[in-house]
Ligand binder design. Structure first.
Ligand code: AMP
Length: 289
């Protein structure tokens, strides 16, 4: 495929990362026409085109400069040992690659995999782990439905992606050892790009950071007696100084601020104790600091 003058971004076609990747791009202001059943989609408001491909192919397309950026699981990039730059962890598609074995087969620790046949779609990551831990075992490469391999006697155990563990349990397997923790990442080609593309990528990064901060933050509003303002503003773990606004009722003010979501409950209790009333919490769509 020819190198394009538009910034070309690869995302997974028809998989568990597809909708979340589109959501992320739309959240940072990119607009696309219907992307279902399409290989390439032009962005309506930026000089960007999306390439929708198998996620296994994304690291190589980005490495070769066919695409400038890719949104793909760290598991895939590491398995392919792709020569690309990881720009950002995107905080979705969390999973782990784990060694697992049939329950009651006597495999309880990583050392118990010695001499076993391990079915996996990730032979490189699996062998890396085994070698680093002095375990000799054979990997049997399988591209899908890995968890059925022990039942079919294709292998004694498996090394597969796990998020909740329910698929393993449903197939009578126990998770023995996680060997790689993954999430979706923004990767960039190491090929030289035009100044225009580099500039667009920098803008995207700022927007992604804004959207990630917004997701972890909440806008908080409350009323406070005037003489409690100092106490209340000290409690609020805000990124910037809180806004204090006069109210029609003279002895009250409104205090507005942005707080990290994880501090929400502990702060809420302290604020009430300090005299705050009418506390309202709102989600934030985007935030540029
Ligand atoms: P899939 O659509 O099943 O091919 O999965 C695409 C990507 O989603 C994987 O390469 C992982 O990065 C990520 N992922 C997150 N959770 C899981 C999971 N439980 N099983 C498989 N992939 C997962």
């Amino acid at each position: 495929m020819e190198t394009s003058t538009s910034l070309r971004i690869a995302i997974q076609k028809n998989g568990r990362l597809t909708d979340k990747s589109i959501d992320l791009l739309e959240n940072i202001g990119l607009r696309f026409d219907d992307y279902k059943n399409r290989l390439m989609v032009k962005c309506r408001n930026f000089d960007v085109e999306l390439l929708l491909i198998r996620d296994d192919d994304i690291p190589e397309y980005v490495q070769d400069g066919v695409c400038d950026l890719g949104l793909v699981g760290a598991n895939v990039t590491s398995e392919k040992v792709a020569d690309v730059t990881v720009l950002k962890n995107l905080e979705y598609g969390y999973c782990r690659l784990s060694l697992a074995a049939p329950k009651n087969d006597g495999i309880k620790n990583p050392e118990d995999f010695e001499g076993k046949r391990i079915a996996t779609s990730y032979p490189t990551l699996t062998q890396n782990y085994l070698q680093n831990n002095g375990i000799t075992a054979k990997t049997v490469e399988i591209s899908g439905a890995v968890e059925i391999a022990p039942t079919l006697d294709v292998a004694d155990a498996i090394c597969d992606l796990v998020s909740s563990g329910s698929t393993l349990r449903a197939n009578g397997l126990s998770e023995i050892q996680p060997i790689f923790y993954s999430q979706t990442q923004l990767i960039k080609t190491n090929k030289v790009l035009s100044d225009e593309k580099e500039e667009l990528i920098s803008k995207f990064l700022i927007r992604i950071e804004g959207s990630q901060t917004a997701e972890k933050s909440r806008y908080i509003m409350m009323n406070s007696p005037k003489d409690s303002v100092d106490k209340i503003t000290k409690i609020i773990p805000s990124l910037k100084s809180p806004t204090v606004l006069p109210l029609a009722e003279n002895d009250l003010v409104a205090i507005h601020s942005v707080i990290p979501i994880k501090k929400f409950w502990s702060v809420m209790e302290q604020l009430k104790e300090a005299g705050a009333t009418g506390i309202v919490i709102l989600p934030i769509e985007n935030m540029i600091l």
